[in-house]
Design a protein around this ligand. Structure first.
Ligand code: IPE
Ligand code: IPE
Ligand code: MG
Length: 241
């Protein structure tokens, strides 16, 4: 593996990943799509531990979108079976790496057993002081904004919030995980150049990095490549440097 020294290279404070291409990876290897999701868990473990080791403060992983509910029932069931396994089997990894687990997304459509394991793992890791890891499950950025607008509107209707006080900070604070800093880099695997309804508000100034490898093949080396590319970007935020 190529060396990546966090003292010499720029490490983004906040990272978001669209983990894509599990199905394609499996198909190419002659397996069913679910095998790609299964193998994708190894890639999640690698990315989580490597980001934590390098000092990333926050990592958001897109695991299941609002639109993914429209996939075949069997695939959805298998995905949630894997998620439940992940939430139990990766507890040691989260604890050993001082990672705090969070959830970004709507809870309504999640089954009670999924919610129970999610809440248990979130509670178990709540005292961890290292990296925050948010799993975006049943997540859609537009739905997140709808939920935020409704929450703010309720406060206005109750007379608790003057409409003029709704500024960028108020909107950010009404999102699912307001404690997470906006991503500095958005990584997407499997070569697709789209956002697929992910973090539309939060990525307004994120650097975009598309990796051609499918998610099950995304390892520390590909993560380092993404961070090196990030380090080469000139972030002027609209100003003249
Ligand atoms: C990403 O891989 C995982 C989820 C969306 C849950 P895909 O399942 O989208 O794989 P491709 O894009 O069909 O190859
Ligand atoms: C985005 O991938 C969602 C996740 C990675 C969870 P999709 O494969 O669902 O998105 P599209 O269909 O390429 O937009
Ligand atoms: Mg896909």
């Amino acid at each position: 593996m190529t060396k990546f020294d966090p003292d010499e290279q720029a490490v983004p404070r906040s990272v978001a990943v669209i983990m894509d291409g599990n199905g394609r990876w499996a198909k190419r290897a002659g397996f069913e799509r679910i095998r790609g999701h299964e193998k994708g868990i190894d890639a999640v473990r690698t990315t989580v531990t490597e980001c934590a080791r390098l000092g990333v403060e926050a990592l958001v992983l897109y695991a299941f979108s609002e639109e993914n509910w429209a996939r075949p029932k069997r695939e959805v069931e298998m995905l949630f079976r894997l998620l439940k396994r992940f939430l139990v089997e990766e507890r040691d990894t989260l604890m050993d790496n001082n990672v705090q687990l969070l959830h970004s997304g709507r809870r309504e459509r999640l089954a009670p057993d999924v919610l129970a394991l999610l809440d248990e793992t979130v509670a178990m890791t709540a005292g961890n002081t290292g990296m925050k890891l948010s799993l975006a499950i049943s997540y859609g950025a537009r739905q997140e904004l709808v939920d935020a607008v409704q929450a703010l509107a309720r406060q206005v209707a109750a007379g608790e919030l003057p409409p003029g006080a709704i500024d960028e900070d108020a909107i950010s604070a009404a999102l699912y995980q307001p404690s997470l800093p906006d991503p500095d880099i958005l990584i997407r695997t499997a070569g697709e150049m789209r956002l697929s309804n992910f973090l539309l508000w939060q990525i307004s100034y994120a650097e975009l990095h598309v990796s051609d490898v499918c998610w099950p093949e995304f390892g520390a080396e590909q993560l380092h490549d993404a961070f090196r590319a990030y380090g080469r970007r000139v972030r002027s935020f609209g100003k003249v440097l």
